[in-house]
Each structure stands twice: as structure tokens, then as C-alpha cells.
Design a protein around this ligand. Sequence first.
Ligand code: GLN
Length: 234
Amino acid sequence: MTRIADLPKPGDPAVRRNGRPRDETGSPTTPAEEAVRPTIGVLAVQGDVAEHAAALERTGARARWVKRPEDLEGLDGLVLPGGESTTFRTLLDWERLLEAIRGRWEEGMPIFGTCAGAILAADEVIGAPAPHLSLLPMTVRRNAYGRQVDSFVTQLEVDGLDGGPLKAVFIRAPAIERIGRGMSPLATVDGEIVLAEADRALVATFHPELVGDDRLHRRFVEIASGTKADATRT
Ligand code: GLN
């Protein structure tokens, strides 16, 4: 196990786009490519917003910081970062984002909840008086691994993810105790689910934005692109 304090500083800087946008290889993208490039929001009231945005841009998506309800318009997906779910809740209520995010979810927008973001998405939270966004049929137990000092890093075997084990950083992480209909587990630690997927959602109890490995962001962008393609077809 590695101590959190020994980790390198997160993330490369976001792909710079002066003038024409560039794809992940650094080549300018064509207007046709631009048209299909998904726009993914990152809830930007707290947490590793810049690191998530950088990871999304490295996959070729366009990232947008979401601070107000109007920032949700036209998004193909939304990342709910880690942080402190109680603080998130206060800020979501304050900015009128709670109802706005729920509304966009009901319209079909996919979400990627990480750590506190998974807590926000769950329809049952152990350790909170009530659920928050209540988007997904799952029970999440807050601070399942103890206090801040019990944070840890481990290697995960992830179902269907090519390229070997995924490094995962757990910081005062929750555990997923139940997933309901339509959700499948993708990875576990000591028998508890730490990563799960639904048709248009991905939830992780750890921090995928901190390890410089964009495979989960890529997977989410694929989910969001699939939903975008379906919406265009119908
Ligand atoms: N412990 C936090 C909470 O309960 C989650 C921690 C995190 O997002 N890293 O909201």
C-alpha cells in the first residue's frame, strides 16, 4: 500500500486548445469530428474539478465546468467529483443545482459519480439523514474504511477493462452495499463493490482523476457518446 502523501501531484495539464481544437494525438480536429465530440460537464462546486476536466479532454471529449443550472444545457454527460457530500449538498441546494441535475438525468443525461459523487447519486445513504440526488438504485455507506488516515491506494481488477489492473486511490471512501436493477459490479475490494455500471452511469468509490490513467473517463465518454448517438438516431 502507498500512502496518499507519497503520491505524485495529480494529472497533466488539460490539452491546450489555442485556435482549432486538437484531438488527443495533438492534431487539429475537423468540423465533422467536432460535431460528434461529446461535451462532458464536471460539477464545479467542490473537489478535483480541473483534474477531471483534464482527464476528459485527454480522451478527446470537451469538458465544461458546471456551476449553475444553465451550464447543464446540452451536456452529453456529467461527472460528479469527490469531496464532502454534506458540503456538496449545501452548495447544490444553494445554487439550485439539485433539481436541475435530477431533471437532466430524467431527460437521459449520463453521470459518472466518483467517491462523494457516488454518495450524491445513490438512492440510499448510510450515514446521511436522507439521500441527495437519488439517481441510482444503490445503497452507499459513508466513510466505510474509517478515518482520513485509513485512506489507501490499491490495484483493481476491473471487469471488461483492457490494459491490466487499475490503480485506485481511496480517500475516506464510501462502500457500495447494494446495487439494484440495471446495475452491475465491475470491481470489488475485500468483497465490497467499489465500481459499478448502469446503462448510462458509472460510479466509483475512489478517485480515478488522481492516477494519470484515463481508462474510466474514457469508458464514461464512450457511455455518453453512445447515448448521444442513440438520441440523434431517434
Ligand atoms: N467522506 C466523504 C463523504 O462522506 C467522501 C470522500 C471523498 O469524496 N473522497 O462525503
